[in-house]
Design a protein around this ligand. Sequence first.
Ligand SMILES: [Zn+2]
Length: 168
Amino acid sequence: MAIYNIHAGHNFKVGGSSGYFSETTESRNVKNAVISKLQSLDYKVYDCTDDSGKTQNENLKNIVSKCNDHTADLNISIHFNASNGQGHGVEVLQYSNKTKTAAQNICNAIAELGFKNRGVKDRTDLYVLKHTKAPAILIECCFCDSAIDAGLYNYDSMAAAIVKGLTG
Ligand SMILES: [Zn+2]
């Protein structure tokens, strides 16, 4: 069975985006629910969330170091997007096409909850995607500053969609 590294983005010392809700808080709620759902399906999961880094760089380095402490098949980073209040929907960022199937399945499963499907995007510039040993994806679950997305969002259904996308 696949082994997963999962982490929530940002931390309370650095802070992520906010709007109708806090990215830092909700990425942790989603991450915790994903971990317990995967564990109940007997998957091995490591929580690589960093709550101690005092700068964005420290936070990212700590996450990568935790990810690379384990042998895993996939690193999963949980984030929420923000823009000017007009953006909405889910997107999954990947470093390479090695993760295309998982990324696309997760994106589609979240879109089935009613979120706009913004698709899978290649990003070779993101620190965590670039520096983890195992392939990595970053899920921008939805927009925390969108009224539409905030109305659809629930951490438990979001986590269930991620698990469904990962495991089928
Ligand atoms: Zn983020």
